[in-house]
Design a protein around this ligand. Structure first.
Ligand code: NAD
Length: 378
């Protein structure tokens, strides 16, 4: 079993799909690793580190030729891996809905493309979930970035020159990123409140020492919903939520928004009029910026100032923590492939009827096999 690790080419990408640790682990399973030269550079992993862990270093052609599996963060240009052998696994965040043409090209090339974003949200797959591992880091970094842009301190400080009051932080959307944002803001000494549409998050917010702010008059989502994800809310709920937010946001110094609805644009949670009620110097970090944004006027990848409030359109924040985000992403890939490793055949064997395999497999045998992609199911 030869496993290739690609050097990422997407603009702004810093992560690497393997680390010295996962190279060692795959080698211990019996695989041979081939890492494209410079693949780990921006994540502080030198070619020499990969070599010391047991990998061979080479050009893209060297590593891809004869590989049984190709690991990547973002799906590569199909042309750039044209020398891959039939049936090779291509594993990474392949972004199938937005890169349909590339997925078709992977199918035509006979590759078995496995898209890790579509990992089902079941207990067995938790250690393989790239969305969770990267969102967790993004939630932390959002608060650190907000603190850096905020012209005041987070904790309450009693000094000889007088008292500084604690920053008030409001987290909207309490999934993986939101929970980490709450925990990070609390560690920095802020007074934290948070909201979500899923009632199950209320207890989680309280257990982190933050105050839940919830729409009470219209029911939110009870229970876990579909795979723990939210859906679009009724107009009545949206109206009640807007009123609640308007009343609360004027008292906040920092707002972190993380609300996402899979397959839909991000819900609009904060309008311009609400931003205008915040104190000048306030900071909003919109983690949903890449999905259209939760905040009116937010620009993905940019920082804009409206009514004296800085709105940071956070784009793929995990990239700014390249060493940690690579370490977790690489472990997600290892946990996935090793869970299916067949010792006798010395390779992963992916059963057709396995829930995980059905979720992530996009192409096989020259065609698209994903039900979700072919529109037969959501
Ligand atoms: P997400 O990134 O899709 O969304 C972020 C949050 O935004 C969610 O909590 C969602 O409810 C919230 N949201 C959506 N619309 C909103 C609105 N209008 N107003 C306020 N909030 C809104 O979610 P996520 O972070 O990926 O996680 C969602 C859930 O899935 C969590 O409960 C998490 O623990 C669970 N999960 C389970 C597994 C597993 O079991 N393998 C893995 C990952 C996550």
């Amino acid at each position: 079993m030869k496993i290739a690790v690609l050097k990422e080419t997407a603009p702004g990408e810093t992560r690497c799909a393997a680390t010295a640790e996962t190279v060692k682990k795959f080698t211990a399973l019996g695989a041979e690793l081939a890492v494209e030269s410079g693949a780990g550079e921006s994540a502080s992993i030198a070619d020499a580190d990969f070599e010391a862990a047991g990998a061979k270093i080479g050009s893209r052609q060297d590593v891809v030729e004869g590989a049984d599996a190709i690991l990547c963060i973002n799906g590569p240009d199909p042309q750039s891996i044209a020398c891959a052998k039939q049936g090779a696994l291509l594993v990474g965040a392949l972004d199938p809905l937005r890169r349909r043409d590339a997925v078709e090209a992977y199918a035509a090339a006979g590759l078995e493309a496995l898209s890790m974003e579509w990992m089902p949200r079941i207990t067995r797959a938790q250690s393989m979930d790239i969305l969770s591992s990267q969102s967790n880091l993004a939630g932390y970094k959002a608060v650190v970035d907000a603190a850096a842009a905020y012209g005041r301190a987070f904790p309450m400080m009693m000094t000889a020159a007088g008292t500084i009051s604690a920053a008030r932080v409001f987290v909207m959307g309490v999934g993986v990123a939101g929970l980490q944002a709450i925990a990070t803001a609390r560690r920095l000494g802020a007074q934290v409140s948070a909201t979500d549409v899923r009632s199950a998050t209320k207890e989680q917010i309280q257990s982190l020492g933050a105050k839940p702010i919830f729409v009470e008059q219209v029911a939110g989502i009870e229970g876990e919903g579909s795979g723990g994800y939210a859906t679009e809310m009724s107009e009545e709920y949206q109206k009640a939520q807007a009123e609640l937010v308007s009343g609360h946001i004027a008292k906040q110094d920092i707002v972190i928004t993380t609300a996402l609805i899979p397959g839909r644009p991000a819900p609009r949670l904060i309008g311009d009029a609400q931003i205008a009620t915040m104190r000048p110097g306030g900071v909003i970090v919109d983690l949903a910026a890449d999905a259209g944004g939760n905040v009116e006027g937010c620009v993905a990848g940019e920082s804009v100032v409206k009514h004296g409030v800085t709105i940071i359109g956070a784009s793929n924040l995990a990239r700014s923590l390249a060493a940690d985000s690579s370490a977790l992403f690489a472990r997600n890939l290892f946990n996935f492939l090793s869970a299916f490793w067949d010792k006798d055949q010395n390779r992963p064997v992916l059963p057709d009827d396995d829930e995980i395999v059905k979720g992530v497999r996009l192409t096989q045998g020259g065609r698209i096999v994903s039900e979700r992609l072919s529109g037969e199911a959501k």
